[in-house]
Structures are given as structure tokens and as C-alpha cells.
Design a protein around this ligand. Structure first.
Ligand SMILES: Nc1ncnc2c1ncn2[C@@H]1O[C@H](COP(=O)(O)OP(=O)(O)O)[C@@H](O)[C@H]1O
Ligand SMILES: [Mg+2]
Length: 394
């Protein structure tokens, strides 16, 4: 049981290479940028696709290399100003306070050890940051959850920091991590930094990558899994590794409780029940709000059809994309007018908002506000018998 829970962590980013699956292209792109002086990285994608995991594994990979220091992941929060952000980063970097000739590192902690944050003035400017970082060796700094910075001034100053680091060829790589929207605003408003920024998009994971998560975790737990059971988990995950971990964790635990080391499709079925009840409360209540009603209605079916609609790279789908899955679910042809009012209701307070709508009338595009809602809706549809199997997901 312990080995199973060490192998699958639905709520924590991966920090060990042994459990890290796929992402070879993105890993290479980040590593290349880190090696290039004057280049910085912006890693963006939907919530839950594995951005924090990749940046953590990258930091680990460079740790131990001469002169490479990773300050770890910094979680931004709303109240933080530019100085506060850097104080938080620099607090992670220990330094011997007793040194006399400039700033240096001392791996062995002494009584006098402080942190680099002590060197920051009361009001911090991008040039202060550059000045300090210039004295360090190769350094990688991850700034995670960029989208949580609400003050636009902080984003502007961060862009200025990238520019000055790049112009002075400082051997530091900033890895900024956030959802796509936050990245757009950083780049659009500060085009001067575009040259210094390598933009790396984290798409949803492929089925092969999700299979690899399962294979690595199952092996780590000292168990085996039926091919059909594995396929079911990876297709239900819809590219989001959180659900792969969640379903695999429960499926393996179910098998282990029966004293078995081989995981079957049946174990995955009971894992679905478990995963639904253990989902985040916010997801459960939002789903309930979107679909519940006194009278007979189609909200659950339409929402399920949305979850089965094939989204584009940014998670958006159109009403036309909903038509086929809706027809499959209902067993007869359903055209857009039959469910367009449901789609609209999902976008306002009445039943949500659970979907976000962009574009103009007749060319609206929709997406789940919380991407983790999508597999939840699919699994619930499966449990309620609205769809029979996962073949619709292909
Ligand atoms: N490459 C990967 N291999 C295995 N598991 C992963 C991988 N990427 C993400 N995960 C898992 O997926 C979940 C979400 O990952 P996380 O890095 O927190 O996503 P994000 O930062 O994009 O929201 C976590 O449970 C994490 O363990
Ligand atoms: Mg994250």
C-alpha cells in the first residue's frame, strides 16, 4: 500500500525522475534554453497538464552541475509585489554572510549563514536583481503560478528584468510558469522581451505518455496491469495526468486490498467510483449546479457531450463539435439548436459558469473553466450509464 501511494500522487507534482513520464520534447526545449546565455523560458499550458512537474524535474536535473543553483519553485500569490517576489526567491539561496569580497556561495552552513534576500534594498528594481544575479554562477530560477500575480506592475517589472538580464548576458535562466492567458499578457504588452524568451507550450499528454506514467508507477509499486485496464485509465484521463494518477492509485489499491498484484479492468471500474467521490469538492459542487434540476432535462447529457467534444490545443471546442457526441449519447440526431441554449446556460450564473465562451455569436467557442472538470463529467456519465464505454473518447 505504501509503495502504491509513493508511485501515484494525484495532488503533488512529480519530483523524481523515475516517475516522470514523456515530455521529451518539452524537456529538451527547456534544457536547451537553460544552456543558452540570454535566453529565458516561459512554460505555459492548461492547469494540471504537468508544468510544475516539468520545471521541478528540470531543476533537479541541473542541480549538482557545477555552479548551478536552483532556487526551487516559487508560488506566486496575489498580494506579492515585485520586491516581495524576489525576496521570496532569494530567501531560498543560502549565502555566507561573513564573506568580504562580494557575494559568493558556501555550501556548508555556518552560524552566520543568511540568504541572498539580505542583499536586497528596501525598494527593489530590475537592475538590483541583475546586479545580484550577475555575481552568481549559472542559476536557474523557477517562478511558478505566474497567473496568480494580479498586479500588472509586477509583470511589467518582470519583463524589464528579463530584458536587463538578457542585455547583460547574465548566466541566469528564469523559468516562468503559468496558464496561457497570463503568458499572453506578459508577451503582448512587452514585445521587447520576446527575443529573450523561449515560449514552450505544454499540451495535454498523449495516450502513450499517460501509459508511460502508469507503467512506471505500476513497476515502482512492484505490480502488473492488464492492457485493457491501462487503456481505460489513459483514455479516461483525457490528456490530464492528474486523473491518471488518481485512477491508477485507486485501481492498484483495490487490487492490493484483494491480495492481488495484477490490476484488472474491474479494479479500474471501482476506481472510477472512488475517484468521483474523492474529486475536489469545488468540482463536485460545480457539476451539481450545472446539471441538477427538478424537472427532466438534458443538462447532464449536453455537458457530457461537451466533455467528449474534441478540444483544440487550448481546450476550446465549438457547438458543432458537440453535435456528434450528443447524437451518440442520445442515440438519434441532435443538431445545434437543440442544445445551444444549454451551452449558453453553462456560461452564466444560472448553471455555472462552468464553461467559458469566447468569440462572436454563431462563432462562439467554449471551454471548461476548470480543465479537470472534463474527465470528471466523462466518468460520471460512464457511472450513470449515459455512455457505455470509453470508445467515445477516441
Ligand atoms: N511528466 C509527468 N509524469 C508523471 N506524472 C506527471 C507528469 N506531469 C504531471 N504529472 C502529474 O500530474 C499532476 C499535475 O501535474 P502538475 O505538474 O501539478 O501540473 P500543473 O503545474 O500544470 O498544474 C500531478 O499529480 C503530477 O504528479
Ligand atoms: Mg503547477
Amino acid at each position: 500500500m505504501q509503495r502504491i501511494s509513493e508511485s501515484f500522487s494525484p495532488s503533488a507534482p512529480i519530483d523524481q525522475k523515475v516517475l516522470f513520464a514523456g515530455r521529451i520534447q518539452q524537456f529538451t526545449d527547456v534544457a536547451n534554453a537553460v544552456a543558452q546565455r540570454g535566453q529565458h523560458v516561459i512554460l505555459f499550458g492548461e492547469r494540471g497538464v504537468g508544468k510544475t512537474s516539468l520545471s521541478t524535474v528540470i531543476s533537479h536535473a541541473f542541480k549538482g552541475t557545477a555552479n548551478t543553483i536552483s532556487s526551487g519553485t516559487i508560488n506566486c500569490d496575489q498580494t506579492m509585489d515585485f520586491g516581495g517576489l524576489w525576496r521570496k526567491v532569494f530567501r531560498e539561496i543560502p549565502i555566507n554572510a561573513g564573506i568580504t569580497n562580494g557575494i559568493g556561495f558556501n555550501a556548508t552552513p555556518t552560524m552566520h549563514t543568511g540568504s541572498l534576500a539580505d542583499y536586497l534594498p528596501a525598494t527593489v528594481t530590475p537592475d538590483d536583481i541583475r546586479h545580484i544575479l550577475q555575481r552568481l554562477g549559472k542559476t536557474i530560477i523557477v517562478i511558478d503560478e505566474l497567473d496568480r500575480i494580479e498586479d500588472p506592475e509586477v509583470t511589467t517589472l518582470l519583463a524589464d528584468t528579463i530584458k536587463t538580464l538578457s542585455d547583460h548576458s547574465v548566466p541566469t535562466t528564469l523559468i516562468l510558469v503559468g496558464v496561457a492567458d497570463s503568458v499572453n499578457s506578459l508577451i503582448q504588452e512587452h514585445q521587447s522581451v520576446e527575443r529573450a524568451l523561449v515560449q514552450i507550450r505544454m499540451p495535454r499528454m498523449t495516450v502513450a505518455e499517460l501509459d508511460e506514467i502508469i507503467d512506471k508507477g505500476v513497476a515502482n509499486a512492484g505490480m502488473t496491469i492488464e492492457k485493457a485496464a491501462k487503456n481505460k485509465i489513459s483514455s479516461l484521463s483525457q490528456g490530464l495526468p492528474h486523473y491518471t494518477h488518481l485512477l491508477a492509485l485507486h485501481a492498484l489499491q483495490t487490487a492490493a486490498r484483494k491480495g492481488q498484484t495484477h490490476v484488472t479492468g474491474e479494479d479500474v471500474s471501482s476506481a472510477i467510483e472512488n475517484a468521483l467521490s474523492k474529486a475536489q469538492q469545488s468540482i463536485i459542487s460545480a457539476y451539481h449546479k450545472a446539471t441538477s434540476s427538478q424537472r427532466e432535462n438534458l443538462y447532464a447529457q449536453v455537458l457530457l457531450a461537451c466533455a467528449l467534444a474534441k478540444p483544440d490545443a487550448l481546450g476550446y471546442f465549438s457547438a458543432a463539435d458537440v453535435r456528434d457526441p450528443m447524437t451518440e449519447i442520445m442515440g438519434r440526431f441532435y443538431d445545434i439548436p437543440a442544445f445551444s441554449q444549454h451551452l449558453n446556460a453553462f456560461c452564466d450564473d444560472q448553471r455555472g459558469p462552468i464553461l467559458q465562451r469566447i468569440g462572436e455569436t454563431r462563432r462562439f467557442r467554449f471551454r471548461f473553466i476548470n480543465p479537470l472538470m472534463q474527465p470528471y463529467v466523462t466518468m460520471d456519465g460512464l457511472k450513470r450509464g449515459l455512455i457505455k464505454d470509453t470508445s467515445l473518447l477516441k
